[in-house]
Design a protein around this ligand. Sequence first.
Ligand SMILES: [Zn+2]
Ligand SMILES: [Zn+2]
Length: 438
Amino acid sequence: MIDIENILGKSFECECGKTHTIPTKYLLYDDDAILKVPEILASEAAGKSIGLFADVRTYEIAGKDVESKLVADGFSVQTIIVPDPPEGTPVCDDKTQAKVAAQLRSVDAIVAVGSGVINDLSKWTAFDRNIPYMCFATAASMNGYTAANVASIINGLKTIVYARAPIAVVAKPAIIENAPYKMTASGLGDVLAKPVSTADWVMNNFLFDEYFCDRCTQMISKIEPKYFEHPQEVKTRKPEAIKALYEALIYSGIAMTMAGTSAPASGGEHMLSHTLDMMWLVDGVEHDMHGRQVGLGTIFASALYEKILTIDTPACVDAPSAIDRKFWGRLAGTVEEQYNLKNPHLEIMKRKLSDINNWRQFKSVIKPRVRKPADIKNCLKLADAAHRVADIVCSYERVLQAALHMHEIRKRCTVVDLAYVLGIMPTVAEEIINEWLM
Ligand SMILES: [Zn+2]
Ligand SMILES: [Zn+2]
């Protein structure tokens, strides 16, 4: 276990061979969080001019209080309220970012008051300007707060923008506890991905010698039982359970920053969600919140692992050699590029796992990392989080199509590719959806 407090803002050498650096210096979950914002900025920003980003909701909930506290402490604050598009809430894309960046005058630091999108727009803008930013978090909805990257859409394509992690993430428990429940339940879906993402990371290490750090996978082990074993307490917004969920999201973002990859928190289970988002980019049919889709993806991927672990003697086959260009429309080129990069790994996977000794060893390293699909589903269900196709805005057909195409979108191998090499995908896709997601 890593004692998080001792590594904040520091670099340290790890048994994995890497020197991990955590740029985030302050993590506060405190009733007085608003009062701490000026203190942090006074020591971290070069001057007293601050940009504050919020949306209409988060400005009401916390933004205006943060703003008045900063003004009272002698800061000059330019508040930018990111407007809602005609439908829904703001998105993090190149157009929105360019708009807020053009509005923002010369400031010494940015404070993001909000969750996913507001945090990403702030991170992106602060990185472009080479100034520090901090986040005042308003919901336990996703694990991107402490991550270095920005999940954005550029020219209509989902893209990762490499940026920098915040200097601080602060939150007031009452605000996080009372956030719209859909957001909290979405955060639960995102953090439950961990056993699958960890197993996938172990798989990449086992098969391709990919970099792996077990410390990064252990960061939330201690707090996991507080929500995983007590999902009803998340539902009833019990402070201890919400705090554990919030911290798990914060720490899994830090694990990604430490590892320099999303591997500690994102594997095959995330592909279902990313694919549904990409399908929206192709045909404009709406998708649901990230963590809600990830919850379903995690049940699906855990069901795949469960089936895979029952195989005694694998009969490995060739994974599909090409993507479905017609399905991907204008995204076909980008998707194909990723899949082509994966192809050599699929060959290695097939060759290595055809050896029965490798297969047995592989199963023994994966088994302790995964959880049963029934346990994941039960946790989501008891927490009143999305756990069936009917719970999200996407149709059965759409979820099935996503399941059948999700192996195509990333160069990194996941349990989904493994299932193709073992010859159980695509056949089991429909079966798993019918058994687990209905
Ligand atoms: Zn390490
Ligand atoms: Zn996620």
